[in-house]
Design a protein. Structure first.
Lengths: 112, 119
């Protein structure tokens, strides 16, 4: 089975632009979470979606939004990009409440 | 508030040495989960272990072992006879516990420890 897949792997955007990052969970996993990892730091929780509903949100501005589709894939959208949004964005999926979170390899976003 | 502290930013050892990565956590929850993840240069976080707050038994898995002590709020990770392939950033993380016993989806990560194993 394929693991969590994220696209694109790398992305360069200009300040003020908008970006969409995509995540496909492991087959059968209904829960998807997004994390931001700034260089030299640990990942920070952004969102969690389960069955297409937002179940949790971290301390991020409204410029960050996400959604989950009927096939459980997910998109993370960031508007009005700032230089400080440059980071590795990680997606994780879970198969159930008492199971582990499996992470994708992330999308490395650079804002110039 | 929940917090995870990994005071060791970088550790360098020579192959076959034992190494311990420290993790100290803070939480007001009486029930919680603790985790260790490995992040190789590829970026993917690889799950190593999950431990719930009810179970203070130490765990050993091959060359890896974990020491959970609630009295000191620590969950340390030891690699015995380190190998070059162990070189990575290691993260300790904390999550709450759902009413039904599973971990919540919000993981609180420490800042990580970069382990470099020299041949």
């Amino acid at each position: 089975d394929a693991g969590v897949t994220q696209s694109p792997t790398h992305l360069i955007k200009t300040r003020g632009q908008h970006v969409t990052l995509r995540c496909s969970p492991i087959s059968g996993h209904k829960s998807v979470s997004w994390y931001q990892q700034v260089l030299g730091q640990g990942p920070q929780f952004i969102f969690q979606y389960y069955e297409k509903e937002e179940r949790g949100r971290g301390n991020f501005p409204d410029r960050f939004s996400a959604r989950q589709f009927p096939n459980y894939s997910s998109e993370l959208n960031v508007n009005a990009l700032l230089l400080g949004d440059s980071a590795l964005y990680l997606c994780a999926s879970r198969g159930g409440a008492n199971t582990e979170a499996f992470f994708g390899q992330g999308t490395r976003l650079t804002v110039v | 508030a929940q917090k995870v502290t990994q005071a060791q930013t970088e550790i360098s050892v020579v192959e076959k040495e034992d190494v311990t990565l420290d993790c100290v956590y803070e939480t007001r929850d009486t029930t919680y989960y603790l985790f260790w993840y490995k992040q190789p240069p590829s970026g993917e976080l690889v799950f190593l272990i999950r431990r719930n707050s009810f179970d203070e038994q130490n765990e050993i898995s091959g060359r890896y072992s974990w020491n959970f002590q609630k009295s000191t709020s620590s969950f340390n990770f030891t690699i015995t006879a380190s190998q070059v392939v162990d070189s990575a950033v290691y993260f300790c993380a904390l999550s709450g516990m759902e009413a039904h016993g599973g971990a919540t989806n919000k993981l609180i990560f420490g800042t990580g420890t970069l382990l470099a194993v020299q041949p």
